[in-house]
Design a protein around this ligand. Structure first.
Ligand code: FE
Length: 192
């Protein structure tokens, strides 16, 4: 595993050197992209959206109607949210995201996808046996909970609005946002 990472690092470094040498990009531009995805683009953005929806019923209704517009108003970096749909978890319905074809994912609100999201096993099994896969990932749903699997694509990406944890009535949006995890917004974790 370490040697695999090392090989990847060497490949990336070699590619960067060639592109810089040819004048196609600068080292500063590369550093800027890395800083963007480390510091400014990630699940902390999606968490702000979720916390706002938990705090404001009218906002939640607008978000569920037109997430593309509501999320655009945040002006997040990262892209890949040109057509975004937010799906709401309820006591009756649990939503989970996948891209069966490759790894489509809403970068602006979730950052870059985790490795398992791109894994062929996850991509095929979550469609065929979602209840089993979710249980393996720690989400044990009652038999009467309907599971909806949303297949992301280049055209439309999804974000799960998790259920608000209990005993959080007194928390403000910032404190609520701190409770929201990436996995909960993919639908492979439930917040308590
Ligand atoms: Fe994809």
């Amino acid at each position: 595993m370490m040697s695999e990472l090392k090989a990847q690092a060497i490949r990336a470094e070699a590619l960067e050197s060639i592109l810089v040498e040819k004048g196609l990009l600068t080292r500063d531009e590369v550093d800027e992209v890395i800083a963007t995805y480390n510091d400014r683009v990630g699940p902390m953005n999606g968490a702000l959206v979720v916390a706002k929806a938990w705090s404001d019923e009218e906002y939640k209704a607008r978000l569920l109607t037109d997430a593309t517009r509501e999320v655009a108003n945040f002006n997040f970096d990262g892209g890949q949210c040109e057509k975004l749909v937010v799906v709401e978890n309820t006591p009756e319905v649990h939503n989970v995201l996948v891209c069966t074809l490759c790894s489509c994912y809403p970068w602006a609100v979730l950052g870059l996808p985790p490795k398992w999201y791109k894994d062929p096993a996850y991509r095929s099994r979550i469609v065929r046996e979602p209840r089993e896969v979710l249980a393996e990932m720690g989400v044990n749903l009652a038999e009467d909970v309907t599971i909806r699997v949303w297949d992301s694509s280049a055209e439309v990406r999804y974000l799960v609005l998790p259920m608000r944890p209990s005993n959080t009535e007194n928390l403000n949006e910032a404190a609520l946002a701190a409770l929201v995890t990436r996995d909960a917004m993919i639908g492979v974790e439930v917040l308590y």
